[in-house]
Design a protein around this ligand. Structure first.
Ligand code: C2E
Ligand code: CA
Ligand code: CA
Length: 932
């Protein structure tokens, strides 16, 4: 197409062109629209655009269609010879005719026959962008108005290019920013996750995951770990899946790793194939070209190396390097922390494992995390069995909630003093074991809370405490509650009753004549009896009633939940009936009676102490009324309440007021009937009750130790009276009863006796102390000692009531005894009981062999006397020969009694017994005791 004369520029077309250009979204599209649209507008044959690179070294020509379509780039130095450069430099529109030998594109234009060319510079402000080039086959074109149009178009295109460039730059910057932000957020997240990280494996996973996200160029990453000496390494984590991870170790020496360890800073591998590190060449074979080795270390201790490999270059990428070092630092800190924790954990584990005590570590979830082998063994488990078990499950079922609460207490107490609990723990065999658990919650190795619990085996201590507690509250003989426990429990019953209106009764029970059982059968039988009584009481009362032995033969009982108070009496009387049935003891059967006092709760006013007192009062009333009965307390009994203490006071007064009296009962020799001794028997001339026998007050006096004063009185009175008797019977001996308790307990007995003898200038051999065997054999050594001290000074010892207590015949040898008194119960049984005869025979035989005198007491019939004389025993005492007499009566009738007994024992005329009966009459009525 040619055009000799340029047509005027069609403004409408120009406007349309400008609008299409503005509508193009890409620079290339816009240039393409320009180079195809502009020739039509200017009647040109060719149009192209040349753009200058930023550094003004390269030119790019956009000529998509038409003549010289193939030319895209004109490379080469900026040269003034080039018309394009001329236009750009000068900023002026250049019009020229292409020469055949012109530089660059010019020769080509010439060859294509283009005669006129105009280059209009694309310049806006200081920015020189390039040129718009139009050419025509016609010469002399592009003058005048066409140039104006070209300028106009250039101006618009330049503006458009700059606008697009700025937009692209802004877009690129935004994209970079976005990527940067993404990377920062990944790193931030990594930092957060690593802080919470508790396992090394998780660190690898997190780090490698982050690398993949922020450095997509990295195709392969791994983590290398070293042994402690840093001489060997192993790859422990890989993420690319190109090769499978290997765990076998390799020597560090000679590898790139020794360099990394030595420098301690990240190392760049610019080319794996360069042969500097042959061991890395295999990466090049995998298509990876370069990478980084980042040491992970803390405080100069290298934990490992993070290795990255990429196909694209990493070395010049400042941003990547920054991230690599950031990741390396994060990983260093985390690994340092984890390894320190592992170290601490290992130390803790070792400490717990090797501990010779029972230690456990329980985590926040209440699970046993660690336990010492010793501890597991203590409970009869293997450590492995306990690990992972809930702490609470190591306790018996009912105590599991408490175990949980304890963990919370420990967790709360913080740095406060360690708190201990005594608790039961479950043993492997299902038994329980008492332990003291002392715990403290600490911040554990993973930053989690861990409760360390030391458990002490306190089974032995606990057993002892329980036993002691039990002992303090129970009677060791019968196993019943004792007074302390009874009163505690009664108080509880009373308190409860005050609110719930429960009706109850207190029973006070006492075994009738228990002392007699004890004295005649010995303490072993007495104990046996008490146990049997306890058993029987328990079998009668209900299980929630309280039963206690509060001392001696006294029992207290609380009957609970009574429908009506009359029931209390029924139960008490039933109890009495049941207990009066023969009791089967170990070696014999015994029948007893009991007296019971009953006091009823009367609502609110009466306290436990008052109730017990009332029951006691009722009991005394029961005893007064002939024993073996039940009395219920009534107000009228109150006056008698302090009967016992009254009696005590009276006895004190009696001693002081000289109300005690002595009777003397003679003892006669069997072979000639001579009176050889008298036994002093005490009486109490009571101002109201008349003459009381010793059984009425001696037991009471023994309880209060008033008995010592009585003995002293009897001793001095007896010795004085003996002095009188010596005038007629110079060899007469005096027997004085010494209370068993007094003998064993009172250390001053010997000096007291000696004092009395000296005061009356009496030969110690005239005195015979009568002691019951029971007391002696309770503590044989102590008994022997006291007796020896007495016999050493010449005092005689008689074993009283022989046969009723503990003494075995063989034990007689062991004691310094002069006389044995066979108990009256054997004598009275002689006629009817072969066993009594055989025992009496044996005792007489044995004492004869041992050179011990043998005396029979309670001789009442001539037959008994004859039998005893035949065995023979050495002397006789009893109503048959003489009753206990006042001194004056004895002085007066003694000779007659002696004659009588001589006739009875030696005379062939048996009727002498009548004389004995007559002598009984010698005892005046005033001597009759009001014993019953
Ligand atoms: P005992 O030592 O066995 O004294 C003998 C008791 O037998 C006396 O009772 C006496 O009266 C009684 N008796 C004597 N001959 C016969 C007899 O043929 N048939 C019967 N059935 N009884 C006879 P008594 O005086 O009532 O004394 C009872 C007990 O009181 C004494 O038993 C003695 O253990 C104790 N006793 C008496 N006087 C004293 C004393 O001064 N001090 C101490 N500690 N105890 C004393
Ligand atoms: Ca006696
Ligand atoms: Ca006796």
């Amino acid at each position: 197409m040619t055009s000799q004369t340029p047509a005027p520029v069609d403004l409408e077309k120009l406007t349309a062109l400008v609008e299409t250009l503005n509508g193009a979204d890409k620079l290339e599209t816009m240039l393409s629209l320009l180079t195809t649209g502009l020739p039509g507008l200017l009647a040109a044959d060719r149009c192209s655009v040349t753009l200058v690179s930023d550094d003004e070294k390269e030119l790019t020509i956009y000529a998509p269609t038409g003549i010289l379509e193939g030319i895209t780039t004109e490379t080469g130095e900026r040269s003034d010879r080039t018309q394009v450069w001329r236009a750009i430099r000068s900023g002026e529109l250049v019009v020229f005719e292409a020469q055949a030998d012109g530089p660059g594109v010019e020769a080509q234009l010439h060859r294509a026959g283009l005669r006129s060319t105009a280059l209009v510079p694309l310049i806006l402000g200081s920015q020189r962008l390039g040129t718009i080039n139009v050419s025509s086959l016609a010469p002399g074109r592009f003058r005048g108005a066409e140039q104006k149009t070209l300028h106009h178009v250039a101006y618009i295109v330049a503006g458009s290019i700059i606008q697009r460039r700025m937009l692209a730059a802004a877009r690129k910057a935004a994209a970079v920013e976005r990527e940067r932000a993404m990377q920062l957020s990944v790193l931030n997240e990594l930092a957060t996750n690593l802080t919470a990280c508790v396992r090394v494996d998780d660190v690898y996973r997190l780090v490698l995951g982050a690398v993949r996200q922020v450095m997509p160029k990295v195709r392969r990453a791994g983590f290398v770990r070293f042994n402690d000496e840093l001489t060997e390494f192993a790859v422990v984590a890989l993420f690319d899946g190109l090769i499978s991870p290997f765990t076998e170790t390799k020597p560090v020496a000679g590898t790139w790793l020794s360099e990394v360890i030595a420098t301690g800073v990240p190392m760049c591998h610019s080319d794996f194939a360069d042969g500097v590190h042959p061991e890395l060449q295999f990466l090049a074979a995998d298509g990876l070209t370069n990478g980084w080795s980042v040491p992970i270390s803390q405080d100069h201790h290298v934990h490992g190396v993070l290795c990255l490999a990429s196909t694209a270059r990493l070395d010049g990428d400042v941003q990547s390097i920054g991230m690599i070092s950031t990741i390396g630092q994060l990983m260093s800190v985390t690994m340092g922390r984890l390894l320190a924790q592992q170290h601490a954990e290992k130390a803790l584990q070792t400490f717990i494992d090797d501990s010779p005590v029972f230690i456990m570590a329980v985590n926040e979830d209440g699970i046993v995390e660690k336990v010492s082998h010793y501890g597991a063994k203590t409970l009869g488990f293997d450590a492995a069995e306990l690990l992972g078990q809930p702490f609470s499950c190591l306790h018996p079922h009912g105590y599991r909630v408490d175990a949980g609460l304890r963990l919370r207490v420990w967790a709360r107490q913080g740095e406060d003093a360690m708190r201990s609990f005594e608790v039961m723990m479950l043993r492997g065999n299902g038994d329980y074991q008492w332990t003291r658990q002392s715990g403290r919650t600490v911040s554990g190795v993973h930053g989690k809370l861990l409760t360390l619990i030391a458990c002490e085996d306190i089974a032995a201590v606990r057993k002892l405490t329980d036993e002691l507690n039990h002992q303090v509250r129970h009677d060791s003989l019968t196993g019943l509650s004792n007074r302390v426990h009874f009163e505690e429990r009664l108080q509880q019953v009373a308190s409860a009753a005050a609110t719930n209106g429960e009706r109850y009764a207190v029973l006070f029970m006492d075994i009738d004549r228990f002392k007699a059982v004890n004295d005649s059968h010995g303490h072993a039988v007495g104990d046996n009896l008490l146990c049997e009584v306890a058993r029987r009481i328990k079998s009668v009362v209900r299980s929630n009633d309280l039963v206690a032995r509060i001392g001696g033969d006294e029992f207290q009982i609380v009957l609970r939940d009574l429908r009506e108070l009359a029931d209390a009496f029924k139960v008490a009387d039933n109890l009495r009936l049941q207990l009066s049935q023969p009791l089967q003891l170990t070696h014999q059967e015994l029948s007893i009676g009991v007296s019971i006092g009953v006091a009823l709760s009367d609502g609110v006013n009466t306290g436990p102490a008052e109730l017990i007192k009332r029951a006691d009062t009722a009991l005394y009333r029961a005893k007064e009324l002939g024993r073996n009965n039940v009395q219920v307390f009534t107000e009228s009994l109150t006056s008698r309440m302090s009967r016992r203490s009254l009696m005590e006071q009276e006895l004190v007064r009696a001693i002081h007021n000289n109300e005690l009296r002595l009777q003397l009962q003679p003892r006669f020799r069997t072979n000639d009937g001579a009176m050889v001794a008298v036994e002093a028997l005490v009486r109490w001339q009571h101002p109201e009750h008349g003459l009381l026998g010793p059984n009425r007050f001696i037991p009471l006096a023994e309880e209060s130790m008033l008995v010592g004063q009585i003995t002293s009185w009897v001793l001095s009175q007896g010795i004085r009276q003996l002095g009188r008797l010596h005038e007629q019977w110079p060899h007469l001996r005096l027997g004085v009863n010494v209370s068993a308790r007094e003998l064993m307990v009172n250390g001053d007995l010997v000096p007291r006796v000696m004092g009395e003898l000296q005061a009356q200038r009496m030969d110690p051999a005239s005195l015979e102390l009568e002691i019951t065997e029971t007391a002696l054999f309770e503590d044989l050594d102590a008994g022997r000692e006291v007796l020896t001290r007495l016999t050493d000074v010449g005092i005689q010892i008689a074993l009283d009531d022989f046969g009723t207590g503990y003494a075995s015949l063989s034990q007689l040898v062991a004691l310094p005894i002069d006389t044995v008194k066979i108990d009256g119960s054997f004598v009275s049984a002689l006629e009817s009981d072969a066993r009594a005869r055989s025992i009496t025979d044996t005792v007489a035989q044995l004492t004869a062999n041992l050179g011990i005198h043998c005396v029979a007491e309670g001789v009442e019939t001539p037959w008994q006397a004859a039998y005893l004389q035949k065995i023979p025993v050495d002397a006789l005492q009893g109503y048959l020969l003489a009753r206990p007499l006042w001194l004056d009566d004895l002085l007066r009738d003694g000779a007659a009694l002696e004659v009588n007994s001589r006739r009875l024992l030696t005379g062939s005329d048996r009727p002498a017994a009548e004389t004995g009966a007559a002598s009984q009459g010698a005892a005046t009525p005033s001597t009759q005791l009001t014993d019953r």
